[in-house]
Design a protein around this ligand. Structure first.
Ligand code: ING
Length: 300
């Protein structure tokens, strides 16, 4: 067996005026809690350094880029990197990335126990819209503030196995898991900010928690991989975000979940060898998969 003790570190709301130092110190507390439970890897939410700013319409670079990181690590997050290295624990962190040539991405990194960035991902599936839509109680302007990710879906050797990343809306798309499954992913880690209310189809609001679990459990089972989904939860600047943070086995079973909507850590021992229960049998791609019949999927 190849056990990785994984911690899902859910965070409650981050206020608009909450400094990065506050979010970082909350994450450091979660990191310490995870270490007390012998975690090897801690997964944090999407855009974990600031409030979920795509909920507002902004125009100027100055107001938008307040929410972005110009380098990673940087002085604001260095304490998190230092503590993680001191405790010999790795982590996955989501943040808004502003590149030196001015590109903006919704990004996540994977940091190993020595504090080295071993993986980087830029969100591919950007939900929401580009222009202000005042009919909505809140906006969802990821298409305005981020470019489509250009790093593909990387799977890296880390923590004794093959680890992949994605972000929030990516988890709803089967292609996300399948691409990483074809690369041999044994664990996929992701963070999310998911409003309870979905303005285009409010009649589906009651299904948000169900859909959250459905897509991650399906992705895990259909690709024989562990999936760890971590929420930024609770009522954030008047917008209710779902919780549902969980750790899912390659069988699709939820093995650990958070109970509330605040900062909370759950840890589970994830045996990466368990992927073979699925990948050698029901979803043995070499034996059973028929790509000649799927070509339409990659067509535009
Ligand atoms: N948030 C939401 C998500 O995909 C959303 C957007 C909510 C899309 C509900 C569809 C239904 O979980 C982010 N940040 O992608």
């Amino acid at each position: 067996s190849r056990i990785v003790n994984v911690a899902a570190a859910q965070m409650g709301p981050i206020a608009l005026d909450e400094p990065r130092s506050s979010a970082v110190s909350r994450m450091m507390a979660l990191l310490r809690e995870a270490k007390d439970e012998h975690a090897d890897l801690v997964v944090f939410p999407e855009l974990a350094l600031t409030t979920f700013f795509p909920r507002w319409y902004m125009v100027t670079d100055a107001e938008i880029e307040r929410f972005f990181e110009r380098g990673m690590p940087n002085p604001d997050v260095q304490p998190l990197f230092d503590l993680a290295r001191e405790l010999s624990i790795g982590f996955n962190l989501g943040y808004a990335e502003l590149t030196p040539d001015g590109q903006r991405f919704n990004t996540a990194i994977l940091v190993d126990k020595a504090g080295q960035i071993v993986g980087k991902y830029r969100k591919v599936h950007l939900p929401g819209h580009f222009d202000n839509e005042p009919w909505r109680p809140f906006q969802h302007l990821e298409k305005r503030y981020f470019e489509t990710g250009n790093l593909g879906f990387p799977v890296v050797e880390a923590f004794g196995g093959k680890v992949g990343m994605c972000i929030c809306n990516d988890r709803r798309w089967p292609e996300t898991y399948r691409v990483m499954g074809l690369k041999g992913a044994e664990m996929i880690v992701l963070g999310y900010n998911t409003p309870l209310h979905y303005p285009p189809a409010p009649e589906h609001d009651y299904l948000q928690d169900f859909h959250n679990r459905l897509v991650m459990q399906a992705g895990a089972y259909q690709n024989g991989t562990w999936v760890v989904g971590v929420a930024k939860a609770g009522r954030e600047e008047g917008c209710d975000l779902i919780g549902g943070t969980c750790i899912i086995a390659p069988t699709g079973e939820v093995v650990a979940e958070c109970a509330g909507l605040e900062d909370e850590v759950v840890v589970a021992p994830c045996d990466l060898d368990r992927c073979q229960e699925i990948r050698s049998n029901v979803f043995n791609f070499a034996l059973h998969r028929e790509p000649e019949n799927y070509q339409l999927i990659t067509a535009t």
